[in-house]
Design a protein around this ligand. Structure first.
Ligand SMILES: [Zn+2]
Ligand SMILES: [Zn+2]
Length: 534
């Protein structure tokens, strides 16, 4: 069975059945046996699914039933063998608080070659493999546990703490149907076993007549979600897109609220149409969907199998992490795979460089500064300096990102000088004595801060108005305005709330930024401390 059928059963509880004709004579009896197996797992068949399953041909029905039972098993976790921590389960300790305290004391204070912190006897226990906890065999008798008594983690086979014991006969807990009242068989109500067991919630499997329609509806629901999708939702969306419209973007709504989802869908479509005649058309459609340089980075990062949220694993110095001394010797390090940018086909490279060029050197360079590592990796595949004349804006943005120093008379040098002449406020040209040049970009926040430092309130408000959706770090820091008013008098040059653009007007701004706010010896007095003053 395909991944789409599993997904539809998991998300909608419906199954598509390819049954034709009248079906075999023993169909009803066969479905009754299947129903008994399903009921054991907490599932019932709806009337229409039951009728369709009765008509299934005998050559395919066993395979279909095997798939249905295996999928249902996976949904409820019955495909894995459950091993309780206490071997005497369900006969577990009554005083769970005492157990917790003993575990916590051992976890915090047990040290190698020291007496046990609970009973005081010598040889408090050797570190367990792989969790490294020191477990005293006197306080935590090994024959009672099947894993580490402190953390519950499964132990490696060569760990000598746990003895080999006979697992004993398999006990199945008694079950009673009837999670929702409709599914409770009347015959079970009076028996004594059924009275002891907790009720088992039942689900009803229905018949799916239009699998593609249901897949498209699920796909559109996931695409319309405002936030970035989780890992399982992403995997499901990939299956749904592959089943419905793998090689196009025309099905997408006008606005996709989550940029990460849009990037993933474009990346999958790029892979699906690679080496086909429709590839250039798809690249053009993707270019129409991009709104910022960061959208491009998300798409290319997802194209290489990375996280479209552009979150990179932190490089931590493990040797200084807390508790490192207690880790077992020779413990294998768990490493997060680092995304390697794939080779990009030439039409895609040209489209990306063309888009960055259309953004302009200033906007592209400022956007790239938000994710410098990602863009440096992408730049290695984009080759922005290859055809500087064709995409000068993109080349200058990469020169600002990389801090490239280049000859003034070369193609890149000329592009840098020209861009800095056009945007003297945003792009700063650095000239070196050996006739080389480099370029730096001044961000929007930097310009706002500069305007406030110069006392240009109108200019600052105008700059803030250009990007009303952006939260400026400068608004949350006291220094720029504090510098304006060193004498401690009332702040005459702060901003009026009415000067601020819409999004900032409604924010709870710090008092120091507003006109008329009183300063104290050059430092801002926070509104909370000021309360009660005359
Ligand atoms: Zn002990
Ligand atoms: Zn442990």
């Amino acid at each position: 069975m395909d991944a789409l059928a599993v997904l539809l059963l998991r998300r909608t509880g419906k199954v598509a059945v390819a049954a034709h004709g009248a079906g075999p004579a023993d169909g009803a009896a066969w479905v009754a046996a299947l129903e008994a197996d399903l009921a054991e797992r907490g599932w019932l068949l709806s009337a229409d699914l039951r009728a369709a399953a009765t008509r299934l041909h005998s050559s395919v029905r066993v395979r279909w039933a095997d798939w249905l039972l295996a999928t249902v098993d996976e949904l409820v976790g019955a495909d894995r063998s459950m091993l309780p921590l206490y071997r005497a389960f369900p006969d577990t300790p009554h005083d769970v608080d005492a157990v917790y305290v003993r575990r916590l004391l051992t976890y915090l204070f047990a040290v190698p070659d020291a007496p046990c912190v609970l009973c005081g006897r010598e040889q408090g226990g050797a570190p367990l493999d792989p969790c490294g906890h020191l477990v005293c065999p006197g306080c935590f008798p090994p024959e009672r546990f099947s894993a580490c008594p402190i953390c519950g983690r499964r132990l490696s086979v060569d760990c000598t703490y746990l003895p080999v014991v006979d697992p004993g006969p398999v006990r199945r807990p008694p079950r009673r149907a009837g999670g929702d009242g409709s599914a409770a068989p009347a015959a079970d109500q009076g028996t004594s076993i059924a009275g002891e067991a907790p009720p088992l919630p039942m689900r009803v499997a229905g018949l799916e007549t239009d699998a593609m329609g249901a897949a498209a509806a699920l796909r559109d629901e996931l695409v319309a979600r405002p936030g970035a999708l989780g890992e399982s939702d992403r995997a499901d969306l990939k299956v749904l897109v592959a089943a419905t419209a793998p090689a196009g973007l025309d099905w997408l709504p006008e606005v996709v609220p989550a940029r990460e989802t849009l990037a993933l869908i474009i990346a999958w479509a790029l892979h699906a149409t690679a080496l086909s005649a429709g590839y250039p058309e798809l690249v053009s459609a993707a270019r129409l969907r991009w709104q910022t340089a960061t959208d491009v980075a998300r798409t290319l990062w997802a194209y290489s199998g990375g996280d479209p949220g552009l979150i990179l694993p932190r490089a931590v110095d493990e040797s200084r992490a807390p508790g490192t001394a207690w880790r077992p010797a020779g413990e294998p390090a768990v490493t997060v795979p680092v995304t390697r940018v794939r080779a990009l086909p030439r039409p895609l490279r040209r489209a990306v460089l063309g888009y960055l060029d259309s953004c302009g050197a200033v906007a592209a360079a400022e956007d790239m500064r938000r994710h410098p590592t990602v863009w440096k990796r992408l730049g290695e595949r984009l080759h922005p300096y290859e055809r500087v004349a064709a995409h000068p804006g993109a080349a200058v943005a990469f020169a600002a990102l990389r801090g490239s120093r280049t000859a003034r008379t070369g193609a890149l040098g000329r592009a840098i000088v020209a861009a800095c002449t056009r945007h003297p406020r945003h792009l700063i040209l650095t000239e070196y004595p050996d006739d080389t040049v480099a370029v730096r970009v001044r961000t929007h926040a930097c310009l706002v801060e500069q305007a406030l430092s110069d006392g240009d309130v109108t200019g600052a408000a105008q700059l803030l108005g250009q990007r009303p959706g952006e939260r400026h770090p400068v608004l949350l820091r006291p220094e720029p305005v504090a510098r304006l008013d060193p004498r401690g008098a009332g702040n005459e040059v702060g901003l009026d709330r009415a000067d601020l653009p819409g999004a900032h007007r409604r924010e709870r701004l710090p008092g120091w930024i507003l006109r008329g706010h009183r300063m104290h010896s050059g430092l801002p007095v926070l509104p909370r401390l000021r309360r009660g003053h005359p």
